[in-house]
Write a new protein. Structure first.
Length: 226
């Protein structure tokens, strides 16, 4: 599916000049055909997630998968853990992976290595004190084994976030393929822009309250057709 510049303006919630600036200065993928810019929806999703760009609710309409993604279900499967220790991304990830539930046949050491490799390639902090660590390439193949593990940190840590804020929460994503990976990340990015959720994570609210809020927000999106 090809998008026009007007579509991208609506998805990102910015004026045309901002889209053009993203093309010139931030490498927003675009092709100029007959004096008009054309965009690929999968490339747009990947660029937005890579750059941690704030998005409008319409961004979630760029659905790339047949089987719906439910962050509530994925977090329920992955679990919510508090007081994760460590001062560097590597130390924190080691403690976080130690808490994770992993599919049969997959070792925690494999997960840790893949997460650290991705972190070294580019920090996964998305701002507001949140990071979304994930393997560079999917290391599971069955969507039944997908999960999102939420870890709040004992002490906020420097993750090289663009906004300069130290990270207080990790959402560790385990996805089955690149398209589902983009869907999970896009929904997480949208949810992590919601101030009530950020406040709950930063102030140490309980797992049940956090999970309930995520479920409520997803239900609202579903009722709006997203």
């Amino acid at each position: 599916m090809q998008l026009k510049i007007k579509d991208v303006m609506e998805l990102l919630g910015v004026p045309e000049q901002a889209v053009l600036k993203y093309i010139r200065e931030k490498g927003l993928p675009a092709r100029k055909i007959s004096h008009q810019y054309n965009f690929n929806k999968e490339e747009i999703k990947e660029w937005v997630l890579k750059n941690g760009i704030a998005v409008s609710e319409k961004f979630l309409d760029l659905n790339l998968v047949k089987t719906p993604v439910s962050i509530h279900s994925l977090v329920k499967k992955g679990g919510i853990f508090t007081g994760i220790d460590g001062t560097t991304p590597g130390e924190i990830l080691a403690h976080a992976v130690g808490k994770m539930k992993v599919p049969d046949g997959l070792k925690k050491d494999e997960i840790l290595i893949s997460l650290i490799e991705r972190e070294e390639l580019m920090p996964t902090a998305v701002g507001r004190g949140i990071a979304i660590p994930h393997p560079r390439n999917p290391i599971i193949s069955d969507i039944e084994n997908e999960s999102v593990t939420v870890c709040t940190l004992k002490n906020p840590a420097d993750y090289g976030a663009v906004d300069g804020k130290k990270v207080h929460t990790l959402f560790i994503v385990m996805s089955a393929n690149s398209r589902r990976h983009l869907e999970i990340l896009s929904k997480l990015l949208f949810l992590c822009q919601q101030e009530p959720l950020v406040w709950m994570l930063e102030t140490g609210k309980g797992p049940e309250e956090i999970l309930s809020y995520i479920g409520e927000q997803e239900q609202k999106l579903k009722e709006n057709g997203r």
